[in-house]
Design a protein around this ligand. Structure first.
Ligand code: FAD
Length: 446
C-alpha cells in the first residue's frame, strides 16, 4: 500500500509543456506536483531539431527564461522558405524573435526554473501508472518509482504533459484522432556551415524537404526530409543519401569548411495526433494534446502556448467543481480554435501530397508581393491563424498576374543571413549593422 499526497495541480511530464505549466501555475499561487519518469534533472529530448517559433517569445519572457537562454548563447532567429515555384520567401523581420537553442540546453534550463519555483514539488524518477477517478471526473494520478513504490497524488487538476504517446491520455481513456504522415527525417549536427546565418532555412521541395536550424555554440542542425515512398532507397545508403540530399539543395548550405559533429539521427514515424485538450479534472498540453508533423517546427511553440493558455484559463478556478470544468471547457475551445486550423493545414501537407496550383501561385507571388509575403509569413510563423490566407485582401492578390519568372528569382533576392536578428558573438557598429566578431568572417549582416 503506497502513501498519498494532495496538491492543486499534478503535472505529468517535466519537459517544455510540463515545466511551463508547472512554473506558471505555481506563480499563480497553486501547489503543484511535477512528475517526471526520468530521474536525471538534466535529461533532454534527443530527437528534435530545436526550432522555436516567434509566438513562443512572450511565454519565454514571462517564464523568465529569455535571459537564461541569451546567456547560454541561444540564437535569436528569423526564417526563410525556399520553394521551386518562387525561390526564397523571407518571413517579415518585424515579427518577434524565433529561437535556436538545443534541447540539451533548453530542457534542463527550463526544468531548473520550474523546479526552483516556490510551490512546485518535483518528483523525478516517478512514472504515471494509473488515473485516480472519482465517479465523474479525474481526481489525481498514481505514480510509481524504480523500486515499485507507489504514491497517490490527489489533485483538482491533472495535466498530461507527457508527450506524443501520452500515457496519461491512455490511462484516462482520452483517445487521439490520428491523421497519416508520409515523410521521414534524418538529421545531424554540424559546425562551420556557411552561410553562418541566424535564420531558420527551410526547403519545400515538393514532396521532399530540408532545413538548416542554427543553435548555440555555432551548432547547425541540417535536416533531410523524404517522402515515405523513398524509405527503402534512402535506408539502403543512409550516409550517401543524406549527403546527396544536402548537396542537391538549391542555394543550399556550403559544407566545404564544415565538420559533422554527430551521428545521423532518424525519425521514421511521426503520425499527426490530436485529442480533446480537456475533460473534467484533466487537461493535456504540448504533444500530449497535439503531436504534429515536425517539418514546420511547431511542436515546441504549441507546447509553450498551450501550457500558458491552460494556466490562464484555469488558475483562478482551482477550487474545483463546476467553475474548474467551465474553465477547462474554455481552454479546450481556445486550443482548438487557435491550433486546430494550423493542425489541419500541416497534417494535410504532411501526407506528402503534391503542392497544389493555388499554393504554387502563392509561392510565386509571396517573394515579390509585400501583402502576400506578410500573410504567408505570419501563417508560417504561426503568428496568425491559417484563415489569414483566405482574407479577401490577401486572396485577391492571387488574381493579379504574376510577373514572368526569371532564373535569378529562384536564387535569393537578398544575401543569405541578412537579418536584424542577434547572433551571439556578433557586435553592433552603432549604425544598426551587425558584424561577425569571429576573425575571417566580417560579412555584413543588415
Ligand atoms: C524529428 C523531430 C524533430 C522535431 N523538431 C522540432 C523543431 O524543430 N521545433 C519544434 O518546435 N518541435 C520539433 N519537434 C517536436 C517537439 O520535439 C515536441 O513538440 C516537443 O518536445 C513537445 O514537448 P512536450 O513537453 O509536449 O513533450 P516532450 O518533450 O515529449 O516531453 C514529455 C515528457 O513527459 C515525460 N513522460 C512521458 N511519460 C511519462 C510518464 N508516464 N510519467 C512521467 N513522465 C512521463 C517524458 O520523460 C518527457 O520528459 C520535433 C519532433 C521530432 C520527432
Amino acid at each position: 500500500m503506497g502513501s498519498a499526497r494532495e496538491f492543486d495541480v499534478a503535472v505529468v511530464g517535466a519537459s517544455v509543456a510540463g515545466c511551463t505549466a508547472a512554473r506558471l501555475f505555481a506563480q499563480a499561487g497553486a501547489r503543484v506536483a511535477l512528475i517526471e519518469r526520468h530521474s536525471d534533472p538534466a535529461a533532454y529530448k534527443v530527437v528534435c531539431t530545436h526550432a522555436i517559433l516567434s509566438p513562443s517569445t512572450a511565454t519565454i519572457e514571462r517564464l523568465g527564461l529569455a535571459p537564461v537562454l541569451d546567456e547560454r548563447g541561444a540564437i535569436r532567429a528569423g526564417a526563410e522558405f525556399w520553394t521551386p515555384y518562387g525561390g526564397w520567401i523571407r518571413l517579415p523581420d518585424d515579427l518577434p524573435d524565433a529561437w535556436g537553442v538545443t534541447r540539451r540546453t533548453l530542457d534542463p534550463a527550463l526544468r531548473d526554473l520550474a523546479v526552483g519555483t516556490p510551490g512546485v514539488e518535483f518528483f523525478p524518477g516517478w512514472t504515471a501508472k494509473r488515473v485516480i477517478a472519482d465517479p465523474s471526473r479525474v481526481a489525481g494520478i498514481e505514480v510509481e518509482d524504480r523500486k515499485h513504490r507507489t504514491l497517490a497524488i490527489r489533485a483538482r487538476l491533472v495535466v498530461g504533459a507527457d508527450g506524443r504517446d501520452s500515457t496519461v491520455a491512455r490511462l484516462a481513456g482520452v483517445p487521439g484522432r490520428v491523421r497519416p504522415h508520409n515523410r521521414f527525417f534524418y538529421f545531424a549536427y554540424w559546425r562551420g556551415v556557411r552561410p553562418a546565418t541566424p535564420d531558420f532555412r527551410l526547403w519545400l521541395l515538393d514532396p521532399d524537404g530540408a532545413a538548416q536550424f542554427p543553435n548555440e555554440d555555432g551548432l547547425a542542425v541540417l535536416v533531410a526530409t523524404y517522402h515515405r515512398s523513398r524509405m527503402a532507397e534512402v535506408r539502403a545508403d543512409l550516409e550517401g543519401s543524406y549527403m546527396r540530399h544536402l548537396a542537391s539543395l538549391p542555394d543550399g548550405p556550403d559544407l566545404s569548411d564544415a565538420e559533422r559533429v554527430s551521428k545521423l539521427i532518424g525519425k521514421l514515424e511521426v503520425p499527426n495526433v490530436i485529442r480533446p485538450a480537456a475533460r473534467p479534472g484533466i487537461a493535456f498540453v504540448g504533444d500530449a494534446a497535439l503531436a504534429t508533423d515536425p517539418l514546420f517546427g511547431v511542436g515546441l511553440t504549441f507546447a509553450f502556448q498551450s501550457a500558458e493558455w491552460l494556466v490562464d484559463e484555469t488558475s483562478g478556478a482551482l477550487g474545483g467543481g463546476q467553475e474548474l470544468d467551465d474553465a477547462l471547457r474554455r481552454y479546450r475551445r481556445k486550443f482548438l480554435w487557435r491550433l486546430g486550423p494550423h493542425h489541419l493545414l500541416i497534417a494535410d501537407f504532411s501526407t506528402g501530397r503534391k503542392i497544389t496550383l493555388l499554393e504554387r501561385q502563392m509561392f510565386r507571388k509571396a517573394p515579390h508581393d509585400p501583402v502576400m509575403r506578410r500573410a504567408f509569413g505570419e501563417v508560417l510563423a504561426r503568428e496568425s491563424s491559417a484563415f489569414r490566407m483566405v482574407d479577401p485582401r490577401v486572396a485577391v492578390r492571387l488574381l493579379i498576374p504574376s510577373r514572368p519568372r526569371r532564373q535569378h528569382d529562384l536564387a535569393r533576392t537578398h544575401p543569405a543571413g541578412t537579418s536584424h536578428r542577434r547572433v551571439p558573438g556578433a557586435e553592433h557598429d552603432g549604425g544598426g549593422v551587425l558584424h561577425r566578431s569571429r576573425p575571417g568572417d566580417q560579412r555584413l549582416l543588415r
